[in-house]
Design a protein around this ligand. Structure first.
Ligand SMILES: [Zn+2]
Length: 65
């Protein structure tokens, strides 16, 4: 059972565990994000409500502000 998060840069699902670049999927996305902050923010998983519709693509993002 592995926790998956969406990469803030490319929005691809990536593993949280064993991921040195989390919450990014790769060092490339990490550099991109650090190099150019736009509207994306760090999203810490854990506050999201798991829904039965959580198959593979949850485009209905819920942001806590
Ligand atoms: Zn990425």
């Amino acid at each position: 059972m592995s926790l998956r998060v969406k990469c803030p840069t490319c929005h691809r699902e990536t593993e949280w565990e064993n991921n040195p670049h989390r919450p990014f999927c790769s060092d490339r996305c990490q550099l991109i994000d650090l190099g150019g902050w736009t509207e994306e923010r760090y999203r810490i998983p854990g506050s999201e409500t798991q829904s039965p519709l959580d198959d593979e693509d949850d485009d209905d993002d819920q942001e806590v502000r």
